[in-house]
Design a binder for this molecule. Structure first.
Ligand code: 0WD
Length: 283
């Protein structure tokens, strides 16, 4: 298939809706209920994931953190099948307990949550405060343990859990700093939870996304230059969108990935595999 044809096929997948999946004769998530955290606005990676899951027939449950984003999340839910919406602050066990009591059985869980103090996303890692470290680890890493711990009885056997991570968890990405340290912990947590839950056929994986402009990513000093750097150096010569991440989430949530667990799957146009970057084109 030519690059042009590929782009055309990709364009068919833009937008959302069960009708679209039916038109294409592909509906990988019929009958599955999936809880998606981390929708803050329409640009959130979680929104791209929710759009693609919905297009494949999943019934969605969305959570939001705080009144600031409630309207936006309710609007997203209404556009994507009108599933229930619950408030959930992963820093609060009480909030997590209330969520578990409210949601009922689920077949999938998407962890798309991170928080790092802005001052810990630039400068020197050795200046990270004890409080900044603890907050970042609590919200960005421990939250996966907390969510799974509270929702383990809601998760049906054979469910799929996925968390969003970034290359900066294993490689040095200047200014990603404390976020990278938290992602390293998150990826380790993914593996240990995969072992805990494997006997129930529950898979736990991470999606390592290329840089996408969102409210969170723009807190990283120098972020605005990152997508272009990836597009220049990556094998596929492009950067990725939230809907690209969503397509990977469809695969991980579906039975197609039934034997895939404890993995970190890159959706970054291949950038992570580069050991040296090509020279920029001559002017
Ligand atoms: O380039 C990127 N954008 C990448 C993001 C590349 C690779 C990975 N990721 C990861 C992030 O680290 C995060 O884990 O993807 C995940 C989603 O991030 P995002 O979509 O880039 O950012 P955003 O739209 O800001 O969503 C993160 C959300 C929060 O958004 P706001 O903007 O309100 O801080 O995390 C949620 C919240 O919705 N969140 C919480 N949810 C529940 N309880 C909490 C909390 N205490 N704190 C933050």
């Amino acid at each position: 298939m030519s690059a042009g044809a590929w782009m055309t096929a990709g364009a068919v997948w833009e937008g959302s809706g069960v009708r679209e999946a039916q038109r294409l004769g592909v509906s990988l998530l019929d009958g599955k209920t999936i809880l998606v955290t981390g929708v803050a606005n329409r640009w959130s990676i979680a929104s791209g994931i929710a759009r693609r899951l919905h297009a494949h027939g999943a019934r969605l449950i969305l959570t939001y953190q705080g009144e600031r984003v409630e309207d936006s999340v309710r609007k997203t839910a209404a556009e994507l099948g009108g599933g229930p919406v619950f408030e959930c602050d992963v820093a609060s066990d009480e909030s997590l307990r209330a969520l578990a009591a409210a949601v009922g059985p689920i077949d999938g869980l998407v962890h798309s949550i991170a928080f790092v103090k802005k001052e810990d996303l630039s400068g020197k890692v050795y200046d990270t405060s004890r409080l900044g470290f603890a907050m970042a680890m609590d919200i960005s890493s421990y939250s996966l343990i907390a969510l799974v711990g509270h929702l383990k009885d809601n998760l049906n056997d054979g469910s799929s859990i996925m968390a969003l991570t970034y290359l900066g968890g294993t490689q040095i990405v200047p200014n990603y700093n404390m976020a990278g340290i938290a992602k390293a912990a998150l990826e380790s947590i993914v593996r240990y939870l995969a072992f805990d839950l494997g006997e129930r056929g529950i898979r736990v994986n991470a999606i390592s996304a290329g840089p996408i402009s969102t409210a969170s990513s723009r807190q990283v000093a120098g972020f605005s230059a990152m997508p272009a750097k990836v597009a220049a150096a990556a094998p596929l010569k492009r950067t990725v969108s939230a809907d690209d991440i969503g397509n990977c989430a469809v695969y991980l949530a579906s039975d197609l990935s039934s034997q895939v667990t404890a993995d970190v799957h890159f959706v970054d146009a291949g950038y992570h595999a580069m050991g040296m970057y090509p020279d920029p084109p001559k002017a």
